[in-house]
Design a protein around this ligand. Structure first.
Ligand code: FES
Ligand SMILES: [Fe+2]
Length: 444
């Protein structure tokens, strides 16, 4: 697509030497404004990005305001049930059209001078139209909203691209689809984003959020406070079953692993020590009837964090979360977290899911605040570009090419596998994808 010419060659910022089992990333990728500008053009505004979940725009006229890179957009549910996406800027003088992040408006009226648009993008009213414009041959349609035509949904997760020539969404999602399926298949009635969300801003670079989401290595250090606090609370109270939280994955020695899923997508998993605390545990018998044993094991016994390149994370642990990242510059990004849950799940399960969401994922909880502090430390330390490299070589010695037996058992075409979530080889796929896209966007 058109955009700023990207003239610099950024490929030397990824020091990738497979023959020496070495992988490093130059710390300037987290802070250089030129890198950030190129990322916006070559990654966010050229490929697919996640927008929202279909349950957030369920009825005709429902809208959801978000962004594709630097471009404000909104998604709108149409009369025929389809979804459209528009640039969220009035055709007059660019005012944002959506009054709220999410709402319903079959006609959207600009709050600046009152131009109005149908939810299908047609400009239907211009205040003082016959006085202001020469009426000879005047066609109001010239002021219809600019549509982002490449919009698609995979099992309820809505993505769009400013690039009409982009590959299909299914191709783009690659092996990440396996783990989206594992979440969606749990609910025959579908999933819904639970009301409410939390948004917070972090001093750091957006890539660090993707890294953090699939970094098993930090869990036993950063989240030991969470595990100890919850452990002490549960020793005092009389909670049982799914009302309890699960700290075993954090402090115990359990089987863990992770995958490079292709096209920059990554995933880590860890075995639950107490799978019965999962809100979905009550569905065990149904799963055992409907799914092969390997799939049941993946759904019930393993917590999973999935990072879909470049801007969404989907977590399926004792609670379940969509985490969306919005870059705000090289040194700042915004995160919005939502709880996602099976439609119509029993009240007890929903309550357990929400309490665990509050415990771990909410900013006021006991884990995310520690993650943010650790991330800001890495951003601040990353300013030390005279000590140039971030090290991503751990796990190279034992990395498995292709899917391991657990991934193969559910047909997941992982590019590489690691049998310990402390390892870091899954990031190689992320940064190789980053390097490829940054090079493809250059104006050679
Ligand atoms: S900017 Fe929207 S009507 Fe003027
Ligand atoms: Fe964490």
């Amino acid at each position: 697509m058109d955009g700023n010419p990207i003239e610099r060659d950024f490929s030397a910022l990824v020091d990738d030497r497979p023959e020496e089992r070495s992988f490093r990333v130059d710390r300037s990728v987290y802070s250089d404004p030129a890198v950030y500008d190129a990322e916006m053009t070559c990654i966010f505004e050229s490929g697919w990005v996640y927008l929202c979940h279909e349950s957030q725009v369920e009825k005709e006229g429902d809208y959801y305001a978000t962004e594709i890179g630097r471009q404000p957009v909104f998604v709108s549910r149409q009369k025929d049930g389809g979804l459209k996406c528009f640039i969220n800027a009035c055709s007059h003088r660019a005012a944002i059209l959506t009054p709220f992040k999410r709402g319903n408006a079959r006609v959207m009226t600009c709050r600046f001078h009152g131009w109005a648009y149908n939810c299908d993008g047609r400009c239907v009213r211009i205040k003082g139209e016959d006085e202001g414009f020469p009426q000879d041959g005047f066609d109001r349609a010239q002021f219809n909203l600019t549509e982002v035509k490449t919009v698609a949904s995979y099992r309820g997760f809505v993505f769009a691209s400013l690039n009409p020539g982009v590959e299909t969404l299914e191709d783009y999602l690659d092996a990440a689809k396996t783990f989206i399926d594992l979440l969606v298949d749990q609910s025959p009635a579908g999933l819904e984003v639970v009301r409410g969300y939390s948004t917070y801003t972090i001093r750091g670079n957006w890539k660090m959020q993707l890294e953090n989401a699939v970094d098993g290595y930090h869990v036993s250090t950063v989240h030991r406070v969470f595990a100890a606090t919850v452990g002490a609370r549960e020793a005092r109270d009389s909670s049982s079953g799914m009302a309890r939280t699960e700290g075993g994955r954090i402090t115990g020695k359990v089987a863990t692993g992770g995958y490079d899923l292709g096209r920059g997508h990554m995933m880590i998993w860890a075995t639950h020590t107490t799978p019965e605390v999962r809100p979905i545990w009550g569905q065990k018998e149904r799963f055992e009837k409907e799914f092969p044993p390997a799939k049941v094991k993946w759904i019930l016994e393993r917590g999973r964090n999935l990072a879909v390149f470049p801007n969404v994370m989907i977590m399926d642990n004792p609670s379940t979360q969509i985490r969306k990242v919005k870059p705000l510059g090289p040194d700042r990004f915004e995160v919005t977290v939502y709880c996602i849950a099976p439609k119509g799940e029993p009240a007890e399960a929903r309550a357990a899911r929400l309490r665990k969401f509050e415990d771990f994922y909410l900013t006021s909880g006991m884990a995310t605040s520690d993650d943010v502090a650790a991330l800001e430390d890495t951003y601040d330390g990353g300013m030390a570009t005279t000590a140039r490299w971030n090290e991503f070589g751990r796990g190279y010695a034992t990395m498995i090419e292709g899917p391991d037996e657990d991934a193969a058992a559910i047909g997941c075409a992982a590019r590489t596998s690691m049998r310990n979530w402390d390892f870091e080889t899954l990031y190689h796929g992320f940064y190789r994808r980053w390097r490829t896209l940054m090079a493809a966007g250059r104006n050679d």
